[in-house]
Design a protein around this ligand. Structure first.
Ligand code: ATP
Length: 369
């Protein structure tokens, strides 16, 4: 699947809100952008070469990693497109520790593409062969694992609410022993009530010291003395599934003036377009010029995700922006030319108020926060 203009804006807003909450706003988190193609030995050590398989209809196991060749001639080596971002963080564990000397607990965070040769990709962007993950590996002392498992469980729920997921559709599933991944001692799946069924949205796993041990990594604990292998709590979030669940959460139909309208009730912090600017009439140069220079240009410079919409009558423009999920439509009319105010129309209520052009920026900033 390819994402167009509004899709990529929505995706970026989801990723930015995650990065802000879990990296920028914290003191114990280190960011990373690791390579997609890593040395094949990483995937041998992690257990993915032997264990990352799904059963096929005839009962045979099918390894879902995409295999590829790296190099040419005698130098050729087998490698894989990463099926999860996690291993990039484990193999960079020592670099992060050497560079920052963090005290336990601390975490590493990464957003990036992952690839799985899924046997049956389906349900729109729910199950794809190429998708994006936002993962944290949080390194802890083993005796603290239950405490931090609970902590990350509530952090994940808090973030889901912040971006505007319909929490009435979110369920927690305690994954039974037999169904857990080879590395995990406890996993919770956060499930979402999709139109095609209740399915996994995100995961939270206690990965023990499995990964750091298999990569032969350790940590010198200056506080407690001696070497130790930290244990890991992993909150794992799929960007595409977040986006799909968000579309489903935001979709609303209501009755406006005897007409059914459908719109996306995105929170202003997540909406792909924060506001649209329109001159009331596009054949009146004085309105167009005012709207362009005094309203659109400064808002565009401030927020980026601002649309210019002068196509069709005002009613049609409102409907179009409703479908995009734009929270505010700003219209420059003839009064604007004399009193320097514009109408701001609220997507959800349809109510309009007049706002001074000089205050628009602050008006919108307040709505975002
Ligand atoms: P599933 O059981 O649905 O195959 P999983 O348990 O294998 O998922 P994880 O390995 O826990 O998934 O991956 C972490 C997250 O990455 C998932 O919770 C999901 O949000 C996302 N994800 C995994 N596989 C896909 C996929 N094929 N397409 C889109 N997102 C995915």
């Amino acid at each position: 699947f390819d994402f167009g203009h509004f899709g990529v804006a929505l995706k970026n807003n989801i990723k930015n809100s995650w990065w802000k909450k879990f990296v920028d706003n914290r003191r114990d988190m280190y960011g990373l952008d690791a390579a997609i193609l890593m040395n094949g030995k990483v995937w041998e050590a992690s257990g993915h070469v032997t264990g990352f398989s799904d059963p096929m209809e005839d009962g045979k196991q099918f390894n879902v990693m995409f295999k590829t060749q790296v190099g040419a001639g005698e130098e050729v080596a087998i490698s894989y497109l990463r099926p999860e971002t996690a291993q990039g963080m484990f193999v960079n564990f020592k670099n992060t520790v050497d560079a920052f000397h963090p005290k336990l607990p601390f975490g590493m965070a990464q957003i990036g593409k992952a690839f799985r040769n899924e046997i049956a990709p389906r349900d729109f962007i729910f199950r794809q062969r190429e998708f994006e993950q936002m993962e944290i590996e949080y390194f802890i002392r083993p005796e603290d694992w239950e405490k931090y498992f609970e902590y990350w469980r509530s952090e994940m729920l808090e973030w889901m609410e912040e971006i505007g997921l319909d929490m009435g559709k979110v369920y927690e599933l305690e994954v039974p022993d037999a169904d857990r991944a080879h590395y995990s001692k406890r996993t919770i799946d956060f499930e979402f009530d999709f139109p095609f069924g209740k399915k996994e949205l995100f995961g939270l796993a206690y990965r023990t010291d499995f990964d750091l041990s298999t990569h032969k990594l350790e940590y010198i604990d200056e506080e407690e003395g001696g070497k130790t292998v930290p244990h890991v709590i992993e909150p794992s979030i799929g960007v595409d599934r977040a986006l799909l669940a968000l579309l489903i959460s935001a979709y609303v139909e209501d009755d406006k003036e005897g007409e059914v309208r459908s719109y996306l009730k995105f929170k202003p912090n997540i909406a792909p377009v924060i506001c649209a600017v329109s001159p009331l009439l596009k054949n009146k140069p004085e309105l167009v010029e005012y709207a362009n220079i005094k309203v659109y240009a400064p808002l565009k410079a401030e927020f980026g995700r601002v649309a210019w919409d002068d196509n069709g009558n005002i009613g049609k423009r409102y409907r179009r922006q409703d479908e995009i999920g734009t929270p505010f439509c700003i219209v420059v009319d003839f009064n604007t030319l004399t009193d320097n105010t514009v109408t701001v129309r609220d997507r959800d209520t349809g109510n309009q108020e007049r706002v001074k052009v000089s205050e628009l920026k602050y008006y919108i900033k307040e709505k975002i926060s």
